[in-house]
Write a protein of this length. Structure first.
Ligand code: HEC
Ligand code: HEC
Ligand code: HEC
Ligand code: HEC
Length: 123
């Protein structure tokens, strides 16, 4: 093969690989929301959760919260997909309210931070 053909072939390969990469990226990338409104009723008021703030400013790792995800590139599920409002007795997967409270308040307690109900819940 002469040099020009080799070069053309290399360029075609590069273009093909780039396309494959772009398509995969588009198929797998899932936007992580900056702020998330968590509101299941219950009378205490809704919670506007600073998602971005937590992983970007406070340096909390994705999988410290998304504890069933393999890594930060995994598809992230909603907590309530598994933690239902009511769980069957004896299920190790706690109910939704406890899942949120144990994770959010648990971590804050670990770092000596004591938030009032109204610091998270807004009417
Ligand atoms: C401090 C805890 C915490 C950290 C850290 C965190 N997340 Fe989340 N994330 C949540 C909560 C809570 C939700 C809302 C889940 C729900 O609606 O049930 C959420 C929602 C999401 C969603 C939307 C899921 C959906 O289907 O609505 C994506 C995507 C996501 N997170 C990705 C990430 C990525 C990527 C990182 C790391 C860069 C990350 N998260 C770090 C707690 C966290
Ligand atoms: C794919 C299902 C699934 C998803 C999604 C999920 N969990 Fe869990 N979670 C479980 C199961 C099962 C357990 C019990 C076994 C274990 O600890 O892994 C658990 C345990 C927990 C515990 C410890 C239980 C305790 O006694 O305090 C907390 C806290 C928790 N989850 C919070 C969350 C939060 C918050 C989210 C969303 C950011 C979430 N989970 C997403 C399935 C899930
Ligand atoms: C793994 C640790 C961790 C988890 C889980 C976590 N947080 Fe935090 N949170 C932090 C840290 C660190 C700070 C910042 C402390 C500081 O300002 O020094 C913080 C601060 C906050 C603040 C104070 C407001 C602000 O912007 O300064 C609120 C409100 C809050 N978190 C809500 C939540 C909610 C709601 C959840 C659950 C959905 C949650 N956090 C889960 C670590 C965590
Ligand atoms: C660190 C933040 C945080 C603090 C502090 C907090 N909560 Fe929550 N709470 C949440 C999140 C997040 C949820 C899940 C989203 C929702 O239901 O609005 C929740 C859910 C609830 C629910 C259940 C709603 C449902 O039906 O699923 C009740 C009730 C509740 N909280 C009451 C309280 C009370 C009372 C206090 C104070 C003693 C308190 N919370 C303190 C974050 C917090």
């Amino acid at each position: 093969m002469d040099k020009n053909k080799e070069r053309l072939l290399a360029l075609c390969l590069m273009a093909a690989l780039f396309l494959v990469g772009a398509v995969c990226y588009a198929a797998y990338s899932q936007e992580e929301p900056n702020r998330i409104l968590l509101d299941f009723g219950g009378g205490q008021g809704k919670v506007m959760f600073g998602h971005y703030e937590h992983f970007e400013d406070f340096d909390v790792a994705c999988i410290d919260c998304h504890h069933t995800a393999e890594d930060e590139l995994s598809e992230m599920q909603k907590c309530g997909d598994c933690h239902l409002k009511k769980m069957p007795k004896g299920d190790p997967c706690v109910a939704r309210k406890d899942a949120f409270h144990n994770q959010c308040i648990g971590c804050h307690e670990d770092i000596g931070m004591d938030l009032a109900c109204g610091d998270c819940h807004k009417k």
